[in-house]
Design a protein around this ligand. Structure first.
Ligand SMILES: O=C(O)C(=O)C[C@H](O)[C@H](O)COP(=O)(O)O
Length: 213
């Protein structure tokens, strides 16, 4: 992972986790994200059109920081990279997928929620890790406890994060950015409810204005 991507994620602070059912929705969604100063998206491989959606968003908005989520296999990692994703994210630590990515120049942020997984990742040289599922694993208290022995590790908590608790996670120095599907849910995307998505992005900006750090 390049430092410049980590820096960008760290300045944006919130990453919309997006499940797209119709690939072409990626175009208006990319426009909304770009126009509303949240130029980042994690498109999940939870639907068969994920790679196509990444490709469309990348072609129309090359400045967007795009990553692929729910990447479970080497094949999905390849598809994501080819479509234009800058890195891939997985919910857990899958040793064969991680090794494939490391051997093929694909940046990966694996999911962890315990110390053993963190140590396995650090041993591989992976220092940016997804803390998933954040809330169900013990939330802010758990992440603080998990992070403290590993000064070199940085985290992207995801899972159960919303406007109500995002500031608490961002206050942890080792947190780079938080992911969340609440910004653009599958349902709002299906309904092309642009207003709701823009409102969510604006609420994030308002909240972040008051957030220190
Ligand atoms: O790791 C992956 O690739 C995932 O797909 C997990 C998602 O990031 C979370 O499920 C989003 O969590 P919520 O914001 O609570 O909906």
């Amino acid at each position: 992972m390049t430092q410049s991507i980590v820096d960008t994620l760290s300045s944006l602070k919130v990453i919309p986790v997006i499940q797209i059912n119709r690939a072409e929705d990626a175009i208006w969604l990319g426009e909304i994200l770009t126009q509303n100063q949240l130029p980042v998206a994690e498109i999940t491989f939870r639907t068969p059109v994920a790679a196509k959606a990444i490709k469309l968003m990348h072609e129309h908005f090359p400045e967007l920081i795009l990553c692929a989520g729910t990447v479970l296999t080497a094949q999905q990692a390849d598809m994501a990279k080819e479509a234009g994703a800058r890195f891939v994210i997985s919910p857990g630590y899958n040793p064969s997928t991680v090794d494939y990515c490391l051997n093929n120049g694909i940046d990966i942020v694996p999911g962890i929620n315990n110390p053993s997984q963190i140590e396995i990742a650090l041993e591989k040289g992976l220092t940016l890790l997804k803390f998933f599922p954040a809330e169900a694993s013990g939330g802010v208290k758990m992440l603080k406890a998990l992070a403290s022995p590993y000064a070199q590790a940085q985290f992207m908590p995801t899972g159960g994060i919303s406007l109500n608790n995002v500031s608490d996670y961002l206050a942890i120095p080792q947190v780079v950015a938080c992911g969340g599907s609440w910004i653009a849910t599958a349902d709002t995307i299906d309904k092309q409810d642009k207003e709701t998505i823009v409102n969510h992005i604006q609420s994030i900006h308002s909240l972040l204005k008051t957030h220190k750090g």
